[in-house]
Design a protein around this ligand. Structure first.
Ligand SMILES: Nc1nc2c(ncn2[C@@H]2O[C@H](COP(=O)(O)OP(=O)(O)OP(=O)(O)O)[C@@H](O)[C@H]2O)c(=O)[nH]1
Ligand SMILES: [Mg+2]
Length: 269
């Protein structure tokens, strides 16, 4: 990955991709935020960072502010309170759009998504609209996950692929690049996921919009510090939403077959 940084500290962006904003959602990541921002920014990479913090009680937002004071490429979006990963990302995407970025990267704060894999993701985005860092494609590695998490992710992805007919190995993965033009082709207003089903929902909408989706193998590592925000409620939300989308897609397909209307709407004679 290359891209110059001028004396004013402005990046001219990633070649073939343009200006890139890495959005890092945080909730109680005080043990991780400084490390992850440092790993993204060093060695110098032509990317900016937005920490989207949901008013973390552990002071993550204040730590991010301190980082922003010493590095003009680091920004902080302070949000009112905990509203879920999906809402934080949507706010980050809007922030990027308002400031003329060409691409956004989704990255967890806990070190599971290695910034060292970022060059490969950005390079792949030169010829794609969406790049998914995949844990379940050839060449990928998952380090330190217990069998329970491995099974949950593998089975969840298998179910999503079968239910939604998407040729994506890691629809739940949260290490991604989106071109802003790809997000423009998705009706983000319609997104309803609160938690991690957000990743599946955006995969489905991108697939339906016909944008170019590419997967790149990553090395995914279990978080070392802080606590997971994964909960049975979040898993349940993903399961029922995937099921509902699958049923909806099949009903649309049947209607199309019966009536041959391009929009899948039933036309009465
Ligand atoms: N702003 C914001 N960030 C959140 C929220 N929930 C989770 N996050 C962040 O989203 C990222 C992923 O959350 P994790 O808790 O690591 O979830 P996970 O990776 O599925 O679970 P583990 O593998 O157990 O860590 C982390 O950076 C969290 O801090 C939220 O409600 N608001
Ligand atoms: Mg995590």
């Amino acid at each position: 990955m290359s891209g110059a940084i001028d004396t004013e500290g402005r990046t001219d962006g990633h070649p073939g991709l343009g200006r890139v904003l890495v959005v890092i959602p945080t909730y109680n990541e005080a043990d991780n935020v400084t490390t992850i921002v440092g790993r993204v920014r060093r060695p110098p990479r032509p990317v900016d960072i937005l920490v989207a913090d949901d008013n973390s009680p552990d002071g993550t937002g204040a730590l991010a502010d301190a980082l922003a004071r010493t590095d003009r490429h680091v920004h902080v979006l302070h949000r009112r309170g905990k509203e879920g990963l999906g809402a934080a990302y949507l706010a980050g995407f809007a922030w990027a759009r308002e400031r003329g970025y060409d691409a956004v990267v989704e990255m967890d704060a806990d070190g599971s998504h290695a910034p060292e894999d970022l060059p490969a993701l950005l390079d792949a985005a030169r010829d794609a609209d969406v790049v998914i860092g995949s844990r379940w494609t050839s060449g990928a590695r998952v380090v330190g996950w217990p069998l329970r998490r491995l099974l949950l992710s593998r089975c969840g992805n298998l179910y999503a692929r079968l239910a939604l007919g998407m040729p994506v190995s890691d629809a739940t993965g949260g290490y991604r690049v989106y071109r802003l033009t790809a997000l423009d082709s998705i009706d983000l207003e319609s997104v309803c996921s609160q938690g991690y089903s957000f990743q599946v929902e955006l995969s489905r909408l991108a697939h339906r919009a016909g944008v170019r989706i590419v997967e790149v193998p990553i090395t995914f590592a279990e978080r070392e510090h802080g606590t997971s925000k994964m909960s049975p409620l979040i898993v349940a939300e993903a399961l029922w939403r995937i099921t509902a989308w699958g049923v909806q897609d099949r009903r649309t397909a049947v209607r199309r077959g019966l009536h041959g209307t391009p929009d899948g709407q039933v036309r009465w004679p």
